[in-house]
Ligand binder design. Structure first.
Ligand SMILES: CSC[C@@H](O)[C@@H](O)C(=O)COP(=O)(O)O
Length: 404
């Protein structure tokens, strides 16, 4: 059974479209799908991280508005009114989380779609809504195929560019292990995953011998979500805390072919914002001579942000650091909403940035759905990747800028 974070059913004669998401706050103890029927539902679910991961939050925001369109009378309004209402609702949901560019990229793209649809002399509200829903649904479909392509490109690159990969393809009894951080799998995307997609792809090719996932403090996306996906897929894997990574690399040597991570925003120069702790892993990778790769669709590359300095880093509640969360067991053995207990001294100050920025210098390659980009003369150039993009995405891209 394939893990699915997002379940969407288009509108039909039976009724309005529906959207349900797997509540990731309850994982790995409980699999509960919750309905998302409006932009307010999506905003809260994204903010509280019931859904998280750069591609997944963009898709949930887009589809929540598609559902809202099929549940309200927006199609009965004029084309201009429908356009304005859709753009206003997109602007609202865009404010839920600032760092992942996929959300603002999707908002820009969809705003352009409805602006173009409404500009036709014969357009009415229904035509504008129809175009919006088709574009939002397309994002769900495209994300899975993009992830599979990322997986294939990443696996090929690792097989060709690492000592472990080259030995493995010669059928030597060599280990090929990958370390990953945070959760970038089916739970962070429409399916398959980015960095975890590379791990899945290596496994399908018979090359991967072992995966390591870091706990990813303070929110534990690694131990709760990536570990869950690896166990689910029966991929041989070991969980380590973030502070064990240096010892792991020292012990494993070149058995670890690469550290592969996802991204929330890749600036034009390659500086990459991703889950806090990514930067430390990149420094460790350089020290140990291990390749460091970022796996992300082109929607995560932000040519409008020149470098990492311009990326807005979300800071979250201090309780995510001072408290840990676990399931509560009811008197009859049922699982209840997780409860938190304090693990820190009362009154201590806390800094809780959700992401950090890894300098481009420490990144060996960015794996996208159209190939792996490496630095030429020490510089990343992502421009050529966008030459083959669909018209809709190209339209959106120049206006994609850092921050919200
Ligand atoms: C394919 S997901 C890529 C990134 O979004 C992921 O690595 C990450 O940092 C997620 O952070 P989160 O705070 O859990 O949304």
């Amino acid at each position: 059974m394939v893990l699915q974070a997002i379940k969407y059913t288009p509108a039909s004669s039976a009724g309005a479209a529906t959207l349900n998401i797997l509540d990731q706050l309850l994982l790995p103890h409980q699999s509960l799908y919750i309905p998302i029927s409006s932009c307010e539902d999506a905003f809260d679910a994204i903010k509280q991280m019931k859904v998280r991961g750069a591609p997944a939050i963009a898709i949930v925001a887009a589809l929540a508005l598609a559902v809202e369109c099929t549940r309200t009378n927006i199609s009965s309004r004029s084309a201009a009114e429908a356009r304005d209402q859709i753009i206003e609702r997109l602007g609202y949901v865009k404010k839920s989380r600032p760092t992942a560019v996929n959300l603002s990229d999707a908002v820009n793209k969809l705003s352009n779609v409805v602006t173009k649809a409404a500009s036709s002399d014969v357009a009415d509200g229904q035509a504008v809504v129809h175009k919006y829903i088709a574009a939002a649904e397309r994002m769900l479909i495209d994300d899975v195929s993009d992830n599979k392509a990322i997986g294939a490109h990443g696996a090929k690159w690792i097989a060709e560019h690492t000592a472990a990969g080259q030995s493995k393809t010669r059928n030597a009894a060599q280990e090929l292990k990958i370390l990953t951080h945070c959760n970038t799998g089916s739970l962070a995307t429409a399916g398959y995953g980015t960095a975890l997609g590379v791990i899945r792809s290596l496994r399908e090719a018979g090359l991967l011998t072992h995966a390591f996932c870091s706990e990813t403090r303070p929110y534990n996306q690694g131990s709760r979500l990536t570990a869950y996906e690896l166990v689910h897929d029966q991929i041989p894997a070991t969980l380590v805390t973030d502070s064990m990574a240096a010892s792991l690399l020292a012990r494993e040597g070149t058995n670890v072919a690469a550290i592969v991570v996802g991204a929330d925003r890749v600036a034009a120069n390659g500086d990459t914002a991703n889950k806090i702790g990514t930067y430390s892993l990149a420094v460790l990778a350089r020290h140990h001579g291990v390749k460091f790769l970022v796996a992300a669709p082109r929607t995560t590359i932000d040519l409008g942000t020149p470098s990492g300095e311009a990326i807005v880093i979300e800071e979250r509640d201090q309780q995510e650091v001072t408290r840990i969360k676990g399931p509560q067991i009811g008197s009859n053995g049922d699982l209840r909403e997780p409860a938190t207990i304090s693990t820190a001294a009362m009154g201590i100050n806390v800094w809780n940035p959700a992401f950090d920025v890894t300098p481009a210098d420490l990144i060996d390659g960015v794996i996208t759905e159209v190939g792996v980009v490496e630095k030429q003369n020490g510089v990343f150039n992502f421009e050529p990747l966008f030459a083959s993009m669909t018209e809709t995405h190209r339209e959106s891209h120049p206006s994609t800028v850092g921050g919200m």
